[in-house]
Structure formats: structure tokens, C-alpha cells
Design a protein around this ligand. Structure first.
Ligand code: HEM
Length: 305
């Protein structure tokens, strides 16, 4: 064996008090790798468990799983930017482009949901899914926390008046998505929201604390002036913002309309929100990078699509 590699291996194992020879012997007995063990195809293809006999339920389950995998890829890229103490413009730009490409894929493929299932089948199998909803996707929420400053995720009605130094707890109670299941007058939360918070709230608060200063928007603001003013980079940032917060949101909203609004009769969603109002970008006004948009663009957010 090449002596340089041998020396490096020795050093590697000595540094962690391991016997180098035993590790070499392990190589002798280890199984050669193959595609199916590496990609875990058997495990992966056994994760699709239907609750009904309708074949299109499989489309629904699998497309959600594909989304979750892409969400994970997006979070992986954001994490790489977040953990660089002094991120360079090149690294920031190339990772942002990757994130953007993943979201482009999520948006352009959404017609798999809108046009890819039989409306009757959907409306039958969905009754077995109440009270669950894609609303409860923790990774989706994490993408938002990791993309922008917390203030931009506060419900529009409270965004200008909320104390920016208030606790995470208070900010959490005023996130835009609380409106899907919280009655602000009584403070009562729906089952959808209650169980979601029971499962993820502590994790979200921990995650948010880290991303408070490490999110994409704050990181962008640490780049040198010429990068922050770079036309191509600004274009890429706006593209990402628009894709997540208007294009994806509208593709999703149109899908909900397609299945749940038949003959002008609006059906209740499995998660139980007042979805017609809640889901539209013109009400939510979620914008990750507000300073990259003009006042007029913000005012018209989601109105002319
Ligand atoms: C036929 C397909 C779909 C329909 C009809 C639909 C419908 C809805 C509705 C009505 C809501 C509002 C909450 C509720 O009351 O349930 C919602 C929320 C949500 N759904 Fe879907 N959805 C579909 C597919 C998907 C897919 C494929 C994903 C990807 C993971 C997804 C992710 C989400 C997310 C993240 C939310 C929360 C959005 C927010 O807070 O603004 N949905 N969905």
C-alpha cells in the first residue's frame, strides 16, 4: 500500500486511540457495497402505507414523501451557509442557487397534486386523514425559520406593533401560521395546532434561536457591499422569495381549490383551517427578504398572479 496513505491511516486511528491493525483487518472482512444497500431502496420502497384501497392515495403519499426529501436537501444547504462563520459571496451564491433549484422543482412539480389524482378518489381517501394536514410538516416550518428573520414570519396584523425584543415564546404565539388554528380572541387552539406544537414547539424554539442570527437573510446582510448590490445575486434572492412565497403558495392554493371547492361549495379541509382565506399569499404576505422588494411590490404581493 502507498506508504503515505498508510501513515495517514495510522495517524487517523492513533488520534482516537484506536488500533490501526484491527481497522485494517476489518476491511478484509467487510462486505462490498452495492446500490440497494447504499440507497436503502428496500427501506425506502416500504414506507408507503395506504389507509384506503384507492390507488391515487399512493400518488398523494409518495408526492408528500418526495417533498419531504427535497425539504431535507434544502435544509442541508441552508445549514452549510449558516455554519460558515464568515461566508464568502461565492459560497453564498452557489448554495442559494442550489436551494432555489430545489424549490423550483417543488413548484413546477405541484401539478402532480393538482392534476394527478382523481377528484372523487381524493375526496374519499382524504376523509380517513382528518385531522392531519401538510400544515404539520415540520421541515417546511424550519425552511421558513432558516430563510428569514423571525419578524418576517409574524402575522401581518401584528408585524408592525409586536415588540421586536419580546421572548421567543411570544413571537411563536404570533407566527402567521397560528392563524390556521388559533382563535385570537379566546386563545383557543384547534387540535391540528395543539398536537403539532406538542410534538415540535421545543424543537422549533431551539432551531429558531440558532437561526435568529444565522438565517439566509441575515447572512446575506453580512456580505460585502458590492455583493449585496450585485444584480445577479439580488435577482436570485428575489427569485427564491417569489418561488416559495407566491408560486408555491399559489400552486398549493389552486390545488386546494381544485379538490375542495367543487361547484362553488367549499369543503372543510382535513386540518380544519379557514383555508380559502388563510392560504392566499395576499393575506399571509410572507416575504423572506422584504428590503429587496419595492413598497408597491409588497403592497401587491400575491394579488396579480
Ligand atoms: C391535494 C393536495 C393538497 C391539498 C388539497 C392541500 C390542502 C391544504 C390545506 C387546505 C391547508 C390548510 C391547513 C388545513 O386546514 O389543512 C394546507 C396546508 C399546508 N399544506 Fe397542503 N395540500 C395539499 C398538498 C400538499 C403537499 C404535497 C404539501 C407538501 C408537503 C403540502 C404542504 C402543506 C403545508 C406546508 C401547509 C401549511 C401552509 C401554510 O401554513 O400556509 N400540502 N394544505
Amino acid at each position: 500500500m502507498n506508504s503515505e496513505i498508510t501513515n495517514q491511516l495510522k495517524e487517523k486511528y492513533e488520534a482516537i486511540d484506536q488500533d490501526y491493525e484491527t481497522h485494517l483487518e476489518g476491511l478484509l472482512h467487510g462486505k462490498p457495497i452495492n446500490y440497494w444497500d447504499y440507497i436503502q431502496t428496500d427501506a425506502l420502497l416500504n414506507l408507503q402505507i395506504q389507509r384506503t384501497v384507492f390507488p391515487d392515495e399512493m400518488v398523494f403519499i409518495m408526492y408528500h414523501q418526495i417533498n419531504e426529501l427535497l425539504f431535507k436537501m434544502i435544509l442541508g444547504e441552508i445549514d452549510q451557509i449558516a455554519k460558515e462563520s464568515k461566508v464568502s459571496t461565492d459560497v453564498f451564491t452557489s448554495k442559494l442557487m442550489r436551494i432555489s433549484r430545489y424549490f423550483d422543482m417543488l413548484t413546477s412539480s405541484f401539478s402532480i397534486m393538482k392534476d394527478g389524482m382523481d377528484v372523487d378518489q381524493y375526496n374519499k381517501f382524504r376523509t380517513t386523514l382528518t385531522p392531519a394536514s401538510g400544515f404539520q410538516s415540520a421541515q417546511y416550518r424550519k425552511i421558513e425559520f432558516a430563510s428569514t428573520e423571525l419578524i418576517n414570519l409574524i402575522d401581518k396584523r401584528f408585524r408592525d406593533t409586536i415588540d421586536r425584543n419580546s421572548s421567543y415564546e411570544n413571537a411563536f404565539e404570533h407566527l402567521y401560521w397560528q392563524a390556521a388554528g388559533k382563535d385570537y380572541k379566546t386563545g383557543k387552539k384547534s387540535y391540528l395546532l395543539t398536537v403539532f406544537e406538542e410534538k415540535y414547539k421545543d424543537e422549533f424554539i431551539r432551531f429558531t434561536k440558532f437561526y435568529y442570527t444565522n438565517n439566509l437573510w441575515t447572512k446575506f446582510k453580512t456580505l460585502p457591499k458590492e455583493s449585496r448590490e450585485d444584480k445577479e445575486l439580488i435577482k436570485a434572492m428575489r427569485h427564491y422569495d417569489y418561488t416559495v412565497n407566491i408560486k408555491w403558495v399559489m400552486a398549493h392554493y389552486n390545488t386546494a381549490n381544485h379538490y375542495l371547492n367543487i361547484g362553488g361549495k367549499t369543503a372543510e379541509a382535513t386540518g380544519g383551517s379557514e383555508w380559502v382565506k388563510y392560504m392566499h399569499p395576499k393575506y399571509q404576505k410572507r416575504i423572506f427578504f422584504p428590503e429587496l422588494w419595492s413598497e408597491k411590490e409588497i403592497q401587491n404581493w400575491g394579488t396579480n398572479i
